[in-house]
Design a protein around this ligand. Structure first.
Ligand code: FES
Length: 104
């Protein structure tokens, strides 16, 4: 695993006000999520049937909700909190003095 800089500031990532964005890191795409003052990251596709998570939304607890069948995933561990038994890959994010980094 290695750290990759993805932006200077969170303002650079969430330019249109949407709290979920998809970014292309060359060999893979990931979703970056803003929840309150935290930034999280997860796989671009739902582990159930491959829907694009960028088209989903966040619930009141900060879980990401898949747009297709509405399964919910905790963004800390990727656990499927609605009980269907799926796991969404998540990635560590660090907000450093010189920018925002993701660990892939
Ligand atoms: S594709 Fe995401 S819940 Fe079915």
């Amino acid at each position: 695993m290695s750290w990759h800089k993805i932006a200077e500031t969170s303002t650079d990532l969430f330019i249109n006000g949407n709290p979920i964005v998809e970014i292309d890191l060359g060999e893979k795409k990931v979703c970056i999520i803003k929840w309150k003052d935290e930034i999280k990251a997860c796989a671009e596709k739902c582990p159930h049937a491959g829907a694009k998570m960028v088209d989903g939304y966040l619930d009141a607890l900060g879980n990401i909700v898949c747009p297709l069948h509405k399964y919910k995933f905790n963004l800390e561990k990727g656990r499927n909190v609605t009980g269907e038994g799926y796991f969404l890959k998540t990635y560590l994010i660090e907000q450093r003095a010189d920018g925002i980094y993701i660990n892939l």
